[in-house]
Ligand binder design. Sequence first.
Ligand code: CO
Length: 573
Amino acid sequence: MSVKITDTTLRDAHQSLIATRMRTRDMLDVASKLDKVGFYSLEMWGGATFDAQIRFLNEDPWERLREIRKRCPNTRMQMLLRGQNLVGYRHYADDVVDEFVRLSVKNGMDIFRIFDALNDIRNMRSSIEAVKKYKSHAQGTICYTTSPVHTNEKFADLALELANMGCDSICIKDMAGLIPPKDAYELVALIKKKVNIPVDLHTHCTSGMGPVSCYAAVQAGCDIIDTAFSAFSWGTSQPSTEGMVASFKGTEYDTGLDLKLLDEISKDFNKIRETYEPLFNPTVTVPDVAVLLHQIPGGMISNLVSQLKTQGALDKLQTVLEEVPRVRAELGYPPLVTPSSQVVGTQAVLNVLYGERYKQVTKETKNYVLGLYGAIPNKMDPAVVKLIIGDEKPIDCRPADLLKPELGKAKEVLTKENLIKQEEDIMTYAMYPEVALKFLKGEIKEEVIQPKEAPVAKASAPVSYGGPAAFTVDVDGDTFTVKVSPLGEMTAEPAAAKVTYDDAKTIKTPMNGMVLSVAVKEGDKIEEGTLVATIEAMKMASEILSDRAGTVTHVLIKAGDMVDSKQAIVVVE
Ligand code: CO
């Protein structure tokens, strides 16, 4: 049986290695050649591409889809869809899910790989139904992870459930590169026994096992494997397309793909890679077996590195990587993938930066524990739950059941602003309200790729690096003001006005970030534990609580300010 190849160079590969920064123009240069290869599909949309395009690249995601589709009439277009989260970081109402899928199909999408970070099928049902409604291919996804509570049998049962829901194929999504060849073989064989639809293995080379696991999976009957062109493969990305195709040559699994053509495209991607060379971090380009311990997915490692860098705490990377599995166990062993990876990763960072565990908790961690992301795979540590939500009661329904329709309001806002040039714009706005407004108004500038050796300005405000910008907000989207500055143009002005005060009487921020809101004003009497301000850092909202009682005499920040770690924000007498 000939094995099929899904090429991920245009989506996961650059998301894993360079924070999703590949430009559409570079993709279009090779698209027609990619169409000639005979890939099963091109994964080219979804995940973080949507967000990165409107936030950093000043590109319309829908345009990218249409343009690549146009150049690839013979190849299936594939996207990654985060279940009820679509291409965002929160649950959207069912009407948004339906409309998003409708427009994606209209613009040329063929295959939807649908997953839920917690493997909670209640969060996948709505999008699977929509994909079936619009007569496209629904690929039901198992988020693979290892823990004392996850087994191959349970994963295979999940595959059966997904098949029974009408999925056309199954994907084993091993986002952190954790699956050893032996388990890949066993899991595929188990699933193939239970379902008779195609199975795809999606893995990463993070630990170095990726190519071997792909080969083993194929030997067990795996129909499709995911690979990326060499220039954007290995490390935290997929196994290489050329290498895997060559591996199967002359065997019963021979892909039948033309190595000469692959080599030609490979050289094109090598050339494209030169543009992005400064964005490649050596930490993510070589295999690291430690991933088997910390289980942080590819994209998340590059984000963690970048977050710690902006906090001036890159030296704490090792400690954070050690903290991650502890936090994960305490939070019930979620698979580490967006958004649970951010919840666990950011909480681990905060636990380390604060020097006291769970002293600082993000809103997202709270919501996770409250069940607002979905059912948690295993029992959480009751002591930690108490620290995070106190006496609040978690929900037990499907989270999206709590949401009212959202489309009408989105359309209303954009109509009022006179910003609808295509119906897809409403969806862009529904996904990322604040950034979308700026994008649709033409206020986003394409980020400049800084040469690696360029001196980075030392300033009192955080400076953005080649990695993901850390000071953008889109946690709840419509709640916060977003400041997006193109790389290198972030001006470094001190956030606080000039006032004299006794430093010992100030409350300080623990991290760099942007002030979302200030909760106190001068003259307020506050207690220990009173909310002082909310800071957005590492894509999460963190509440700064007062560590003492007293009267606020000075407020040194305002919403929108950039603050440094250990910067005084209020004075309490
Ligand atoms: Co992946």
